[in-house]
Design a protein around this ligand. Structure first.
Ligand SMILES: [Mg+2]
Length: 198
């Protein structure tokens, strides 16, 4: 089983979120490479309050999530769908919505638009490691280094972290940084035990 985070792995959360922050602050562009942490802390133009206000605004806005761009190519979605059909794909996310709408439904519909039939989406409130263990995930992919560290230290899963400016200074012996999503498929092939000879 492959366990994928969604935002920052297959969906581009950051670009539209930065646009919202820029609009709110009104001082011009905030380049993605100016971010040095996954929670946007220690940024000269951003306060914790501004970030939290924007985060709260998007939690209340289903159109924000429905409209996110994909980070993958059509071919990569097809390869994911092949894993999905074999029951080898789960999505494990910390996304939280709002009581006024159904984030699971919006997320599922977004995957369907990219060709993933009946996606297995897990909305996790706390640590991801418990879900990783329960699902039997052998390969876990997340852009948030805190999640990567936690899963690497608490489970036997192999952990991959797609490179982003906000995670560039993180390193951990149990976490492998990747620069191309196809490395997920290559790593999963090498995770699986050889097929039984019948
Ligand atoms: Mg993420």
């Amino acid at each position: 089983m492959v366990g994928l985070d969604i935002d920052g792995v297959v969906a581009d959360f950051l670009s539209p979120f930065l646009l919202r922050l820029e609009t709110r602050i009104g001082k011009g562009p905030i380049p993605a490479d100016s971010l040095t942490s996954v929670d946007f802390s220690a940024h000269p133009a951003l306060t914790e309050e501004t970030v939290e206000d924007c985060a709260e605004a998007v939690r209340r806005d289903p159109r924000f999530w429905a409209g996110l761009d994909s980070l993958l190519s059509p071919e990569q979605w097809q390869r994911l769908e092949r894993l999905n059909r074999r029951g080898q794909l789960s999505f494990i996310t910390h996304r939280t919505g709002h009581e006024s709408w159904d984030i699971h439904a919006v997320t599922t519909e977004w995957f369907r638009r990219h060709g993933i039939t009946s996606p297995d989406v897990h909305l996790v409130e706390k640590e991801k490691s418990a879900v990783v263990e329960r699902l039997g995930v052998v390969l876990f992919v997340d852009d948030n280094y805190e999640n990567c560290r936690e899963v690497a230290e608490k489970t036997g899963a192999r952990v991959l972290m797609p490179h982003h400016p906000y995670n560039r200074s993180f390193s951990h012996p149990g976490v492998t940084r990747i620069t191309h999503f196809n490395e997920v498929f290559a790593q999963f092939k090498s995770c699986r035990p050889p097929a039984a000879v019948s």
